[in-house]
Design a protein around this ligand. Structure first.
Ligand code: NI
Length: 136
């Protein structure tokens, strides 16, 4: 078993806001992240797949094909969007890095399998200092 990681990037806006809470509760819990008029991040997404090396190519998977899947299912749906308002697969979910990483996993898991390898990890960095890893 060998592991391979592809990085993609997108920029998106969001705010952390629980619709079941009052304005005061949201501001107390989420602070600046609850800014009413949104704020943005330059996200980096690292998708790690695992599998066996195919003798005819020396690859686990063709990175161009993996990149197409990530772009179609994730980047085109998030880049320059408002995560709270514009992204169908985040509808009804709090726009945290954790929830976003899980949603990205669900977006790509089956299509990665169709490429002949297995999704291992979705790592999503929100800032230089903060990132989430989800292993399914
Ligand atoms: Ni934020």
């Amino acid at each position: 078993m060998i592991y391979l990681t592809r990085r993609e990037r997108f920029n998106a806006a969001h705010k952390l806001w629980n619709l079941d809470w009052s304005d005061e509760e949201n501001k107390a819990v989420f602070g600046k992240c609850a800014n009413e008029n949104w704020h943005g991040h330059n996200y980096q997404l690292f998708v790690t797949v695992k599998g066996e090396i195919k003798p005819e190519t020396g690859y686990i998977v063709d990175l161009k094909e993996l990149s197409v899947v990530i772009n179609e299912e994730v980047v085109e749906k998030l880049d320059h969007k408002n995560i709270n308002l514009d992204v169908p697969f985040m509808k009804g979910k709090l726009a945290s890095t954790e929830n976003l990483a899980v949603a990205i996993w669900n977006q790509i898991e089956n299509r990665v399998a169709d490429l002949g390898c297995q999704l291992h990890c979705v790592k999503l960095t929100e800032t230089e200092n903060n990132y989430v890893e989800f292993y399914g």
